[in-house]
Design a protein around this ligand. Structure first.
Ligand SMILES: C[S@@+](CC[C@H](N)C(=O)[O-])C[C@H]1O[C@@H](n2cnc3c(N)ncnc32)[C@H](O)[C@@H]1O
Length: 285
């Protein structure tokens, strides 16, 4: 089968994330509660402070753009960009609820940024860059729009075995249907899991002082059922694989996922380890 080209992948991403936007909004509070530390880490790594003009890439339903807007205060502003207008509509509702007048969201592709060179004091991005078909192009775009001396900070998923909340669903699906061996360079959740990979893309784009650190945490669900339901409602790549299954196979996969998740029971809840790669770098002065 012919491999999709870059614009077909981007169109697919747009459709996928628009489709799960309702799920992201539904589970938003749990996400906020469990992942706030990542936003704080990104804001720190990008050296955000009052008055800055910040770009957030792949903002989805608003993070870390919304925290960034609080940190840069009224004298600064944040632009959040994403392919999926329905994810951004949720982000806008959150900005309104939080009373943030200094953040705006616009649709667009990270590999083709509609901004002048040297336009931003910082760039942030959480869980987006691994979905791009042309990561070096995106790194070059980030380097182009950053002002000299300013920082980009990005979070991407580390290895599947360190992120069982995502990895075990993939493993369960593979037990039920044969999937082609994954192309390690194809866009996907774990495309940038390898140590040094995103860092080297940043370096090739001319960024300096690049750091790459694995950040360990935990992700807690009230029950295996809650985990399964949220996974199916927010994880567009998992949904795509599930769509290939018959109803009987879906039931089989569900039981396997529930069983595998229950191995992570601690004090009556499901506690998954989580490993995120935090990569930062700056444009030379
Ligand atoms: C996993 S979500 C992360 C959203 C948010 N940053 C967060 O951490 O909650 C990934 C987001 O990346 C966006 N995305 C994927 N490819 C993109 C591209 N080429 N340009 C802009 N956004 C993209 C998707 O539309 C989706 O909203």
């Amino acid at each position: 089968m012919a491999q999709p080209n870059a614009s077909q992948i981007i169109e697919g991403q747009k459709q996928d994330w628009n489709r799960v936007a309702g799920g992201w909004e539904k589970w938003d509070r749990a996400f906020d509660e469990q992942m706030a530390f990542l936003n704080h880490r990104l804001v720190a790594d990008a050296r955000l402070h009052a008055g800055m003009n910040v770009l957030d890439l792949g903002s989805g339903t608003g993070y870390p753009a919304l925290l960034g807007a609080q940190v840069v205060e009224q004298s600064g502003r944040v632009t959040g960009m994403d392919l999926a207008e329905q994810m951004l509509a949720a982000a806008e509702r959150k900005a309104t609820r939080l009373g943030l007048g200094n953040v705006s969201f616009r649709t667009g592709d990270v590999t083709d940024l509609p901004f002048d060179a040297n336009a931003f004091d910082a760039v942030t991005s959480r869980f987006c860059l691994m979905f791009l078909p042309e990561i070096p192009k995106a790194a070059a775009e980030i380097a182009r729009v950053l002002k000299p001396g300013s920082w980009v900070a990005a979070a991407v998923w580390s290895a599947p075995e360190k992120n069982p909340s995502i990895g075990l669903s993939m493993a369960a699906i593979k037990q039920v249907i044969e999937l082609p061996a994954p192309d390690p360079t194809a866009p996907g959740i774990f495309r940038l899991a390898k140590p040094g990979e995103l860092a080297s893309f940043f370096q090739q784009a001319g960024l300096v002082d690049v750091t790459d650190q694995e950040f360990l945490a935990e992700w807690v669900y009230a029950s295996a059922e809650e985990y399964y339901t949220s996974l199916m409602e927010i994880a567009a790549p998992v949904q795509n694989l599930m769509a290939k299954l018959t109803d009987a196979q879906k039931q089989d996969v569900k039981q396997r996922i529930l069983q595998a998740a229950s191995n992570y029971t601690r004090a009556g809840r499901i506690v998954f380890p989580m490993a995120v790669r935090m990569v930062a770098g700056r444009k030379p002065v």
